[in-house]
Design a protein around this ligand. Structure first.
Ligand code: 3EB
Length: 341
């Protein structure tokens, strides 16, 4: 937490968060609260509330924090709260889809949210979106003939195109999960330099999925590197039991967990061919694991601890995954110091 890294990720319980000094609070970029609402003191901080139960923590709630090494500046544009340092912008946007008089309100809400994000990034001159964390209620529910996750994909894709962004290739790392309730909420990190996308040779790139998965493909890369002075950040997108473009091990939580970890290992191999630092290891990743059925938690945890190591930093969350046949999804972050050049 007192880390001199340009940008650092850390996990704090609600009492630890409440106990930060003023100097530490000035260095906060933003917070994601899982399994419980944010504390009142957050003030103008971008806070993402993820309405999804935390599994296996007696404290009941967890805050995922991004810190800067510098004091940050706060801003708000068109309903988006954000914080910036010299290199990074972190923001959160919540959209109430009932405000849209469309037959597909979630699609309209997703397009609106991403258009506003891109307007903000252009205005503040942090034009490169590195990572997005997307959460929406009833993700697998069909409404007016289109599953809500697929509506989200159509809206997101439209906004990328309308904002002059690529919808393939150099697209951000991301995740998209189902919450129990609440608005569409998107947290995002962006910067002044382009990320380096990483794809997984075992998987079709998501932006190339065939149309059986929806009228527009999802707009994300499997992983991405981003750089800030002195530091390389690795974002591994939500990763599931998909090989090629197909779900494997339908109905088999253990098979899906093993396949998901095999995909993450393959991604690390791709990333390690591109890193400007030393190779990344599975054991150093900070993982967030989403499990569709709470009763699968112990089986998933056992496999992760066996494969990644008992010392792994893992948070387990109960959430719906974006395909009805997926039971588990895992995402990760890590960072390495860059040498002087
Ligand atoms: C997949 O591989 C699983 O729509 O932003 C993973 C990561 C998934 C990101 C997104 C979806 C997204 O297709 C789902």
């Amino acid at each position: 937490m007192t880390d001199a890294m340009a940008v650092a990720h850390s996990r704090l319980s609600p009492p630890q968060l409440a106990g930060l000094t003023d100097a530490q609070r000035q260095r906060l970029l933003g917070v994601t609260c899982i399994g419980g609402p944010a504390e009142a003191w957050h003030g103008e901080l971008p806070v993402q509330n993820v309405a999804a139960p935390l599994l296996g923590r007696s404290a009941g709630a967890l805050n995922e924090i991004w810190f800067s090494a510098e004091s940050c500046r706060s801003g708000e544009l068109d309903g988006i709260r954000f914080r910036v340092d010299d290199n990074v912008l972190y923001g959160v946007v919540d959209v109430d889809e009932s405000a849209f008089r469309s037959t597909l309100p979630l699609q309209a809400a997703a397009e609106d949210a991403y258009r506003r994000i891109f307007t903000l990034l252009d205005r503040e001159a942090y034009p490169h979106l590195w990572r997005a964390w997307n959460y929406l209620a009833d993700i697998n529910v069909e409404n007016n003939g289109l599953e809500r996750y697929r509506q989200f994909n159509v809206g997101r894709h439209s906004a990328f195109v309308a904002s002059g962004r690529l919808a393939q290739g150099n697209v951000p790392a991301a995740c998209a999960l189902g919450t129990t309730s609440g608005p569409l909420t998107i947290a995002f990190m962006a910067g002044r330099t382009a990320p380096t996308p990483i794809e997984n040779p075992r998987q079709v790139s998501a932006y190339c999925y065939p149309s059986e998965y929806g009228p527009r493909s999802p707009t994300f890369s499997r992983a991405a590197f981003a750089e800030v002075p002195g530091l390389e950040l690795l974002f591994i997108s939500g990763t599931a039991s998909i090989v090629g473009h197909q779900t494997l091990h339908v109905g088999d939580i253990e098979g899906q967990t093993h396949e998901t970890l095999a995909n993450i290992v393959a991604l690390l191999e791709s990333a390690n061919a591109r890193t400007r630092t030393t190779p990344y290891q599975l054991a150093e990743l900070s993982l967030r694991t989403y499990i569709r059925h709470a009763e699968d938690y112990h089986r998933v945890q056992a496999i992760i601890e066996e494969q990644v190591g008992a010392g792994a930093s893992v948070v387990y969350v109960q959430a719906d995954i974006c395909r009805h046949d997926l039971l588990v999804e895992i995402e990760a972050t890590a960072s390495h110091k860059l040498g002087n050049r």
